[in-house]
Design a protein around this ligand. Structure first.
Ligand code: GLN
Length: 276
């Protein structure tokens, strides 16, 4: 059976691109059956029970516009499947550049302490806990339901013993100091119009920030000085046009080696700096 074409027909009423439709269908097939798009091309069959489930999920996606990752409760990050819920931002591929930047800072086996602010699904904290063999990671979020998900993910990836999860409004419940502080904070200005499915379903506390989206950068860069060890790294994901503003805030606060990392679209997506 030509599954791909059959599922594509369900998307007729949407304005999604062919590419997005195709990747959404591949994602659902893979999550439900374990079959890749190549398997389907090669003619592997989907059981009729799975076929019914896949059609139901795609119908829900199209009729409600709810992101597929929320319907399935799963999302890819750094090639791994994370569990997500409506309280956690769906991990984005751009955020992998932030993780990579943090991985380049110290030797893999160095004994270091890492803080992830606004951990959400826990994707950043968990990838860093997996990479840095001797790291002690603290992951904070203001939202209990997000922390519960992050704990579930950390358990699935066998790094729960390495991560201390805390409910904290930025630094409010943080008591130690760190070699890396990392954050993908809310950074969209309240005035920005964003994609409907994101606006309608993803947590606004994880998306929007005051002060033209710069509120959390200012807070973390200034207050962070009390929580950073000597020769430490502070690294952020930033919005597509915020790189230079964030670099300026770093500069005003005496940080050095202020660097941009570009994403696949050549956007300054990560801004990082050292605190001496
Ligand atoms: N740290 C999480 C992520 O990168 C959540 C970020 C957020 O909610 N703004 O996906």
């Amino acid at each position: 059976m030509n599954y791909k074409q059959k599922y594509k027909n369900l998307y007729q009423a949407t304005s999604l691109s062919d590419y997005d439709i195709s990747s959404e269908i591949d994602f659902v097939i893979e999550m439900l059956t374990g079959l890749s798009s190549t398997d389907i091309l090669l003619g592997k069959e989907i059981s009729s029970a799975d076929d019914i489930k896949i059609s139901e999920i795609l119908k829900e996606r199209v009729s409600t516009n709810r992101p597929l990752q929320q319907i399935l409760g799963k999302a890819y990050f750094a090639g791994n499947i994370y569990s997500v819920n409506k309280y956690t931002l769906i991990p984005r591929p751009e955020t992998e550049f932030l993780v990579e930047k943090c991985k380049q800072e110290f030797p893999k086996d160095k004994i270091i302490k890492i803080l992830d602010i606004g951990t959400g699904s826990g994707c950043i904290a968990i990838e860093l806990a997996k990479y840095y063999t001797n790291a002690k990671v603290t992951a904070v979020d203001i939202c209990q339901e997000a922390v519960d998900k992050a704990i579930e993910n950390a358990r699935n990836f066998c790094v729960l013993p390495k991560i201390n999860f805390l409910i904290s409004n930025v630094f409010s419940n943080v008591q130690e100091s760190f070699d890396i502080i990392v954050s993908n904070p809310p950074y969209i200005p309240f005035s920005t119009k964003i994609q409907n499915d994101v606006y309608d379903y993803e947590p606004h506390t994880a998306l929007f920030a005051e002060d033209e989206g710069l509120f959390f950068y200012k807070k973390i860069i200034t207050e962070g000085k009390n929580f950073l060890n000597k020769n430490s790294l502070l690294a952020f994901e930033v919005g597509f046009n915020q790189g230079h503003d964030v670099a300026e805030i770093f500069k005003q606060n005496g940080y050095v080696n202020i660097l941009f990392t570009q994403d696949c679209d050549s956007i300054n997506r990560v801004v990082s700096a050292n605190y001496l």
